[in-house]
Every structure is written in structure tokens, then in C-alpha cells.
Design a protein. Structure first.
Length: 250
């Protein structure tokens, strides 16, 4: 009798991600071969002590490594690929029901570190892969088995991989939907300079003349409240400049 397979999705499943990935999977071996905890210390200066937690720096560089080895130079496609692969989810420590970071988070994290720091750390991760024998060449040249080390070949291989990593970093920047080019940065800096000049005499601004004369910068010479000239999402209204409560109509 000819069999025909149908699927009836269930509401609940009893399954473990770890059981769905083969023991000899490449990403399992890579995870056990590399210790990337040094990334926490190297990137600590780029984070504050308060606010919402960022993407895990180790997860970020792991995702970049996945993109490099699979020749994926788009952050959006990289997140889609990682989300669809069970072994990659296990490698990133994201369970089946967990949503991966947004592609914009990947782009902005790379910008947060800066091109030089990102490339330096990424090349260091790739060097560790070469040293562990987990990479045999440039992109799309990985193997699930360890490669026997050869000193002369390893040095050439590492140089080739590190040079290719620089090209890959450029591809990521070119394909990023959130890149800040020189023209855009110049416009942003010009806007900030204008805003600093225009806001300095407004409530909450840095009116040095008023401060030196011990004059309240939120009121004029007659004691009348000075209303802000500009309000935007870049400013936080002070108590004096905050709008008064709405009047109750009886």
C-alpha cells in the first residue's frame, strides 16, 4: 500500500532542542573547541551599567561567524538562517520558542563597536577557528572533522582567512540597512551643533551668562516663564518647561 504523509500540527510538544541535533554536528564541535568568553572583557567599555540588556557579545560574534562560513552578507538573511536551523539555535543558546535578535540589532551592534574593533575581534575569532583546525579555507569551506595541523599551511591559511574577513566586513557594511556613511554623519553632527547653539538659552540649557549672574534661566527679567523654543524627542522637559496640567471644565 502506498503511503502518504500528512501532518497535523500539535498545540504542545515534548521535545528538547539538544536531542534534535546530532552529537557529531560541526557547530557542536566548534562550540566546544572555542572559548569566546574573552569577548565580554574586550567589549565591556561599550556598554553602560543601566538600562535594557544588549545582545550577548558572544552571541553576536557567533552569528557573524555563522554568516561568514555560510557566505551570508545580509544581516536580515543571517537572522532568518539562524532562526531556521536547529543546530545554529543550539550553538547560539536560543531555544525553539525564543526569538532571535532583530537584524537591526546586529547592524547597530557592529556600528557600536566601530569598524576597526569589530574587524580586530572577528579576525581573532577566525584565528582561533584556524588554530583549532575547524576551517580549511575561506567562506563555505568548513568541515565537521578536525583537520591535521601543518605549520606552514596553517600560516598561509590564517593569512588568507583574515584577509577575506576584511572583505566580508566591508560587504556587511555595504549591505547594512542601518549604516551611517560619512555624508550622513556630517549632517547629524551639523544638526547637533545647531541644536546646542539654539538650545543654550532655553530652559534646561547651558546659559552660562545667567548662571554666572545667578539669574534663573527659566524666567525673563520680569519673572515671566520662558517657554521653550524647540521641543523634540531629543529633549527632556524640566519642571519649569513641562506643560501645565489641562484645566478641568466644569
Amino acid at each position: 500500500m502506498q503511503g502518504r504523509k500528512h501532518i497535523q500540527p500539535k498545540m504542545l510538544y515534548q521535545v528538547c532542542l539538544n536531542d534534535l541535533v546530532a552529537e557529531d554536528d560541526f557547530w557542536r564541535k566548534l562550540d566546544s573547541a572555542l572559548d569566546l568568553h574573552f569577548l565580554y572583557k574586550e567589549t565591556l567599555c561599550y556598554y553602560g551599567t543601566e538600562g535594557q540588556e544588549s545582545i550577548d557579545p558572544v552571541v553576536f560574534f557567533k552569528m557573524c561567524l555563522v554568516g561568514y562560513l555560510n557566505n551570508i552578507s545580509s544581516d536580515r538573511k543571517l537572522v532568518q538562517y539562524c532562526s531556521n536551523c536547529l543546530n545554529i539555535r543550539l550553538y547560539l543558546r536560543y531555544d525553539l520558542d525564543e526569538e532571535l535578535p532583530w537584524h537591526s540589532t546586529i547592524s547597530r551592534t557592529r556600528q557600536q563597536y566601530g569598524e576597526e574593533v569589530f574587524l580586530m575581534l572577528f579576525q581573532r575569532v577566525l584565528s582561533m577557528c584556524v588554530g583549532a583546525g575547524m576551517i580549511r579555507g575561506k567562506r563555505q569551506a568548513v568541515d565537521s572533522a578536525f583537520v591535521k595541523a601543518n605549520a606552514s599551511m596553517d600560516s598561509l591559511l590564517e593569512k588568507e582567512v583574515l584577509e577575506d574577513a576584511a572583505f566580508y566586513a566591508e560587504e556587511l557594511n555595504d549591505n547594512s540597512e542601518y549604516k551611517v556613511n560619512k555624508t550622513r554623519k556630517k549632517l547629524v553632527d551639523r544638526h547637533h551643533a545647531w541644536k546646542e547653539e539654539e538650545y543654550k538659552h532655553q530652559p534646561g540649557g547651558s546659559n552660562k551668562t545667567a548662571q554666572s549672574n545667578k539669574i534663573d534661566p527659566t524666567t525673563d527679567e520680569n519673572g515671566n516663564l520662558i517657554r521653550p523654543k524647540f521641543l523634540s524627542n531629543h529633549t527632556t522637559p524640566t519642571a519649569a518647561s513641562a506643560p501645565s496640567p489641562a484645566r478641568r471644565v466644569s
